[in-house]
Design a protein. Structure first.
Length: 199
């Protein structure tokens, strides 16, 4: 892998450590999230179908720590998501400025990963709608992207529901082995104007 660290140049910073939607809370990560994050998400081969591999407990814990570190540094990020009605941790949704250089760097992406028990309820779209509101109304970004492996149609359906459009600018992900069916990625985008018109 040939990647270098890229810092997204934001002109505005805000602190967003807890957000609510109709059915969800997007919040900082807690120690109690570690077990379900590993068992129900990162160790689940269905959830991780479009990633190169599932994660070990150590990798899963390290990812949660890193996601919280980015929220601490930026004031926004890939928040832990909690279902209001049950208080259960269900995964993460939010904004991310990855540390890996891609053909369209610099960028902020909107992303998601939910426990399978919580798919099919509109939760990813609901939480990501709030994340886009933060991206455009608070951070005043010009554009937000989202990308995933070509076969990950479920994720692409979320992008489309959110109003992102397929740019047709597919690219090969440098962190994925070139022989993998997950090597080629689609790139979706939404601009601030497009977002404002969709309200
Ligand atoms: C990608 C992922 C978040 C999509 O989850 P999802 O639940 O399908 O997406 P949404 O939250 O938009 O939910 C939409 C579904 O909920 C249904 N739904 C049920 N009640 C709903 C409600 N009240 N409001 C909206 N939709 C509702 C919709 O009809 C739709 O169902 P369908 O898939 O049968 O068409 C999930 O599959 C996932 O976590 N995958 C693994 C991680 C991953 O691939 N991440 C992306 C990597 S880049």
């Amino acid at each position: 892998m040939n990647s270098k660290i890229v810092i997204f140049p934001l002109s505005k910073t805000v602190v967003m450590t807890s957000l609510t939607t109709e059915r969800l809370i997007l919040r900082s990560w807690r120690d109690s999230d570690s077990k379900p994050f590993f068992e129900q998400i990162n160790a689940d081969s269905d959830v991780m179908e479009y990633f190169p591999s599932t994660l070990s407990r150590e990798e899963s814990d390290a990812l949660a720590t890193e996601l919280q570190r980015r929220i601490d540094v930026n004031g926004w990020g890939l928040w832990a998501v909690e279902e209001k009605s049950s208080g259960q941790f269900i995964g993460f949704v939010g904004l991310n400025s990855p540390l890996i250089e891609l053909p369209f760097t610099p960028y902020v992406e909107v992303g998601w990963r939910l426990s399978k028990a919580f798919w099919g309820k509109g939760y990813a779209t609901e939480a990501a709608t709030k994340a886009l509101e933060i991206a455009f109304a608070e951070l005043e970004l010009d554009e937000v992207v989202s990308f995933t492996a070509v076969p990950n149609l479920r994720s692409q359906a979320v992008m489309t529901r959110l109003g992102l459009r397929d740019t047709g600018e597919n690219f090969n992900h440098p962190a994925v082995p070139s022989e993998s069916p997950l090597y080629e990625h689609v790139l979706f985008k939404i601009t601030r104007d497009e977002w404002a018109k969709s309200l």
